[in-house]
Unconditional design. Structure first.
Length: 70
């Protein structure tokens, strides 16, 4: 149970850091990353953040390789 608690605290810390980073980017005027596709319809707007998905995938791959390497 101790390991699960440490894992949850670590994930919460990572989420807090990402949240602060998103707030800082919003204050700087960065609304969307490049490669965000947007479709507008009558009452619906759809955002597909392809650039964000690529960035998150690269960062996650690097972090998992660093921490889970044996």
């Amino acid at each position: 149970m101790e390991i699960a608690g440490k894992l949850l605290l670590g994930m919460a810390l990572i989420l807090a850091i990402l949240g602060v980073g998103a707030l800082v980017l919003a204050k700087l005027g960065v609304e969307r990353l490049p490669a965000t596709l947007t479709w507008h319809s009558d009452n619906v707007t759809v955002f597909v953040p392809i650039g964000l998905m690529v960035v998150v995938s690269i960062v996650a791959t690097i972090l998992l390789n660093v921490f889970l390497r044996r």
